[in-house]
Design a protein around this ligand. Structure first.
Ligand SMILES: Cc1ncc(COP(=O)(O)O)c(C=O)c1O
Length: 505
């Protein structure tokens, strides 16, 4: 007991002197780091929890698979970037957006109305038939990519396509296809879309497409039956995360995730990100290369453009499909539709996978494929029961419409500028703790000298009412809602600096 209070007194003295050193200030300014939030306000020890919540947690845990180490919180509602628990006084600032999912924040009123409207009309009728929205979503994904750049296309403002209004029109059911003379002539599309239910399934599908395309290409080149093809290998990269199904897991190179589940799908080789010597690993036997332009779960590591160009060139030489997994970094998180939108087209992929922000919380993923590869995906070669059902497709169309609106992107630019400004000071303020600041736009990471500090900081911030995520071996990750209020960005950064100040002591 005595030792504990002596330790507490020592820590308090150490903190006071550190705060003095850091030129204490109450909130964000240019005079030094914020130290206003050093005290715990959201304790998680059992004694501080409402007994009814403890009982509820105990009951829920008793029959739930133990795959997550969750803190003792049950979120019951959300609004914007704020989450609320069943504990009456507990409100959290969600700076992780459900792991880069809730791009429009929680309980967005338009999203709610569109969902109600669509559920009130039709939720699902299967992929055996056309529905009104799956093709509209595909058209929007292709059209925006052609306009804004990506998938081998440079940005092209003159690109025209018909964009149907998916906004809330409660229970209005009349739609008439416009006459061709009422619309500008549509530009050629050049790409096709397959809708899945998640990011993992999008990658799984992309790997299958690459295998089928590769086998058929090999058969055309050699004149032998495609069944004999040896063009079946994939190259993936260190610290990658592509999902947990057997195929996607085979490309997810983290031994912690892979080892217990071997043997995995054969034919996956691993290279090092941004390492030019990895380029030569791509051989005639490779049907595909899969990478994240900005690795998310693996620790926020961005690919160099020169390296991507070399990978692209080698893929072209051997006829391998280049898949960019933009599930976490894509869909405007970096300010443009794709993280690679503004790269030279010689650094573009021929397949893009996406999920997360596409549904703003409703499960959906998609594969965007160049026509040449889409030709290999014939009737019956892939499928899903739920993927692209009318509810998911309409919601995703609505979300994408909102994300691509100029005023939305203007606000996002302010968010990322604020983040840039605040994060750029950290290594200077806390050189003994912070090793690096990584990423761009609204996918950012702070690396720590001591890897264990990342998890420590996530817990400290949560105990002060802000939700961050860890990433990879040594980083804390910031992937907030894209429409987060600037005052919430400042608050999250204030809490981050306060926690780092405590850590530095
Ligand atoms: C880059 C990337 N790819 C794939 C996945 C898997 O997506 P999902 O969890 O929707 O299956 C994730 C999920 O975090 C991801 O970040």
């Amino acid at each position: 007991m005595y030792r504990q209070s002596a330790l507490a007194a020592y820590r308090s003295r150490a903190l006071t002197s550190t705060l003095a050193r850091l030129s204490v200030r109450a909130s964000s300014s240019s005079s030094g780091p914020c130290t206003k939030y050093t005290d715990v306000t959201h304790p998680e020890d059992p004694a501080s929890l409402d007994p009814a919540i403890q009982r509820q947690l105990h009951r829920l845990e008793s029959c739930t698979a133990n795959t997550y180490a969750r803190p003792p919180l049950i979120f019951t509602s959300g609004r914007g970037s704020h989450l609320f628990t069943s504990h009456p006084t507990r409100e959290y600032l969600d700076f992780s957006a459900g792991i880069a999912v809730n791009a429009l924040g929680h309980s967005d009123s338009g999203f709610i109305q569109v969902m109600a409207d669509q559920v009130g009309s039709l939720a699902h009728a299967s992929n055996v038939y056309w529905n009104e929205w799956v093709g509209e979503l595909a058209s929007l994904l292709v059209g925006l990519t052609r306009k804004e750049g990506g998938l081998g296309y440079a940005p092209d403002d003159s690109y025209t396509f018909y964009q149907r209004d998916s906004g809330p029109h409660l229970f209005s059911r009349t739609y008439t296809e416009p006459e061709p003379e009422d619309l500008p002539a549509p530009s050629p599309t050049g790409a096709k879309v397959f809708i899945s239910n998640s990011g993992t399934e999008a990658n799984e599908g992309a790997l299958k497409f690459a295998r089928k395309y590769g086998k058929e290409l090999w058969a055309r080149k050699t004149g032998k039956p495609w069944e004999e093809s040896t063009k079946t290998r994939f190259l993936c990269f260190e610290n990658a995360f592509h999902g947990r199904s057997m195929g996607a897991l085979s490309a997810t190179t983290n031994p912690k995730y892979q080892k217990p589940f071997g043997p995995l799908v054969p034919g996956f080789d691993m290279g090092k990100l941004n390492d030019m010597s990895s380029v030569k690993f791509i051989t005639e036997d490779h049907c595909g290369v899969i990478l994240e332009p900005i690795q998310g779960e693996g620790g926020i590591f961005e690919c160099d453009i020169a390296w991507l160009k070399a990978i692209r060139k080698r893929c072209d030489e051997v006829g391998a499909v280049l898949i960019y997994d933009e599930i976490q970094c894509g869909l405007y998180r970096t300010g443009t539709m794709w993280a690679h939108s503004r790269y030279p087209t010689t650094a573009h992929p021929n397949v893009i996978t996406m999920a997360k922000a596409l549904g703003n919380g409703y499960p959906i993923g998609a594969i965007l494929v160049k026509d040449e590869i889409a030709k290999a995906v014939t009737v019956g070669s892939h499928g899903t029961t739920f993927g692209g059902n009318v509810l998911a497709a309409r919601l995703a169309h609505y979300v994408l419409t909102r994300l691509s609106t100029p005023s939305f992107l203007e606000h996002l630019a302010l968010v990322t500028t604020t983040l840039d400004t605040r994060l750029s000071s950290l290594a200077g303020y806390f050189p003994s703790v912070v090793s690096s600041v990584r990423g761009r736009g609204a996918i950012r990471g702070v690396g720590f000298h001591k890897p264990e500090d990342a998890a420590k900081l996530v817990k400290m911030a949560r105990e002060r009412g802000v939700l961050f995520l860890s990433a990879g071996k040594d980083a804390v990750r910031f992937v907030p809602s894209l429409n987060i209020a600037l005052k919430d960005v400042e608050h999250a950064m204030d809490v981050l600096e306060s926690c780092l100040a405590v850590m530095s002591s």
